[in-house]
Each structure stands twice: as structure tokens, then as C-alpha cells.
Design a protein around this ligand. Structure first.
Ligand SMILES: CC(=O)SCCNC(=O)CCNC(=O)[C@H](O)C(C)(C)COP(=O)(O)OP(=O)(O)OC[C@H]1O[C@@H](n2cnc3c(N)ncnc32)[C@H](O)[C@@H]1OP(=O)(O)O
Length: 210
């Protein structure tokens, strides 16, 4: 079983640790966190060091693969960490065993997929994406790198979502829609036309709020 380290010991980091262990996919060996004391414990898991220690610890064999536990409030930082590290350390892809992922899908490195989500024919999930519980991503759709998909998001066929998007809980996106990078949607948003400018959108049908 590969040894997994997680960047960030907050809520998302702890959630990743929980599922990676309970789904028996990885041995979780520790967190890297600039805001936690090195060698302290978070839910029985040791803090191995700061972010600047990651490369050294990897080269010394402390872990085999790593994944980012930085969530939707800091997507640019999530992106920066991935870009800084992915050529130096191996990133894990964690897909909970309860998910259905069609064999035709392409899934990048650093992706975390929580229980009960479905990826249908030819979907593409780029690097460093989080797909939360009970999402449906229908055929031929694409999710760009560093994007966070909240629980119960429904994405129809031939949808394209840019990078660093934060798609709120229960958002529905109809088929053939393009959403550019840096878009956020509120809970329950219904996207029925392309979103071609970054910003925050809410409502049914969606409207720009800022
Ligand atoms: C496992 C997990 O927990 S993953 C995380 C899942 N969490 C989410 O998906 C969070 C989704 N967040 C929301 O929906 C939030 O309401 C946000 C981000 C859209 C807006 O939050 P705020 O910036 O605090 O905006 P605020 O509450 O002031 O609302 C601004 C306006 O948008 C409206 N609005 C806010 N959220 C929504 C919504 N989801 N649907 C419709 N209208 C909304 C408000 O009624 C208000 O309208 P008004 O100006 O006409 O009065």
C-alpha cells in the first residue's frame, strides 16, 4: 500500500485522510502544514513538516505520493502548490471505490473524488480537481484543473468548465455549456447559458452578482 501525505491538515485534508484510509487505498503517513506544529498530531495523523519540507521528505522516503487538501477558499494557492510541486513529487489520484468512472474517462493527477460520484463516457477531469459526494458528470464533459465541485452538482453532456472554478452545492449545468475560468456558483444555481466572464453567479436561471 502506498504511503500518502496530504498538504493541509484542515477540513479537506482530514476528509481526504479519512476516505483514503477507510477505503483502504493508502496508508496515510502525515500532513504538511505551515500553520500546524511539526510533529504534532491531527486526528492521530502526524504533521510531518512545513510545505517547504515536502521535497526533502519525499526524497528521504517519508511518503510515496501526495495530494492537496487546500479547499475552495484558496484555489489560486491550490494551483500554485500543484504547479510548484508536481515535477518534484508524485501526486496521488484518489477515487473512492463507490464512484462509477467509465473506462473512457481521463483523470489527471492530484484529483480527489469523494463517495458516490459518477463520470460517464469520455469525461475529462484535469489535474488537482476535487469532485465532492454524489456528483454526476455526464458524457463528453470536461472539468479544468484546480476546480472544486461541491456535493450533488449535476453536469450534463458536452459541458466545459475552466480552471479554478468553485461550483456550489447542487448546481445544475445543462448540456453544451461553456463556463470560463475563475467562475463561482452559489448553491442551487441553474446554468442554462454559457458563462463567459469570471465572477460569482447565483439563481435559476443564473445571474451575475459580482
Ligand atoms: C462539503 C461542502 O460543504 S463543500 C461546500 C459547499 N458550499 C457551497 O456550495 C456554498 C455555496 N454558497 C452560496 O450559495 C453563498 O450564498 C454565495 C457564495 C453564493 C454568496 O454568499 P455571500 O457572498 O455571503 O452573498 P450574500 O449572502 O450576501 O448574497 C448576495 C445576494 O445573492 C443571493 N444569494 C446568495 N446565495 C444564493 C443562492 N445560493 N441562490 C440564490 N441567491 C443567492 C442573496 O439572496 C443576495 O441577494 P440580494 O442582494 O438580492 O439580497
Amino acid at each position: 500500500m502506498k504511503k500518502l501525505a496530504i498538504i493541509g491538515s484542515g477540513d479537506l485534508g482530514q476528509l481526504i485522510a479519512y476516505h483514503a484510509m477507510h477505503d483502504k487505498q493508502f496508508e496515510v503517513v502525515g500532513f504538511f502544514d505551515d500553520f500546524a506544529e511539526t510533529n504534532s498530531f491531527v486526528n492521530t495523523i502526524q504533521v510531518l513538516g512545513k510545505i517547504s519540507d515536502i521535497e526533502t521528505e519525499y526524497n528521504q522516503g517519508a511518503f510515496d505520493v501526495i495530494i492537496c487538501g487546500i479547499g475552495y477558499n484558496h484555489l489560486s494557492f491550490r494551483e500554485k502548490l500543484y504547479n510548484d510541486l508536481h515535477n518534484k513529487v508524485e501526486f496521488a489520484t484518489i477515487i473512492h471505490s463507490s464512484c462509477y468512472v467509465d473506462a473512457s474517462c481521463r483523470i489527471g493527477k492530484g484529483v480527489f473524488m469523494l463517495p458516490g460520484s459518477v463520470l460517464d463516457l469520455n469525461t475529462v477531469i484535469d489535474d488537482n480537481v476535487v469532485i465532492n459526494v454524489s456528483c454526476t458528470i455526464a458524457h463528453d464533459s470536461k472539468v479544468g484543473a484546480h476546480t472544486f465541485i461541491s456535493p450533488s452538482v449535476a453536469i450534463a453532456g458536452f459541458v466545459s468548465i475552466g480552471i479554478r472554478c468553485n461550483i456550489g452545492i447542487n448546481t445544475t449545468i445543462i448540456d453544451n455549456i461553456e463556463i470560463v475560468s475563475d467562475v463561482q456558483t452559489g448553491g442551487g444555481t441553474v446554468v442554462n447559458k454559457n458563462i463567459l466572464n469570471k465572477g460569482l453567479y447565483v439563481g435559476n436561471p443564473h445571474r451575475f452578482i459580482r
